[in-house]
Design a protein. Structure first.
Length: 78
């Protein structure tokens, strides 16, 4: 592989990981009602975040998924 292609791959990889890291650490706060609705909907439909987000005004599927992962991940529980 020539040097230019290697540098291109290296640049692409690092920019993606930086983006994921910045999104990953943004804390998502939900009201009790939203938490209960997300939990109940998840039990019914699984990880269909767009469907769940459709029931909660002002929340995107990405925010719902990030909230779920942060809430249920051992890493974020400390």
């Amino acid at each position: 592989m020539d040097k230019r292609r290697w540098n291109q791959r290296k640049t692409t990889k690092s920019s993606c990981s930086e983006e994921v890291t910045s999104v990953e650490w943004k804390v998502v706060l939900m009201s009790e009602e939203e938490e209960e609705l997300i939990f109940r909907m998840y039990k019914l439909v699984g990880d269909r975040w767009a469907l769940i987000a459709g029931r909660i005004p002002g929340r995107t599927p990405e925010v719902i998924e990030r909230y779920w992962l942060m809430k249920h991940s051992l890493f974020f529980r400390g």
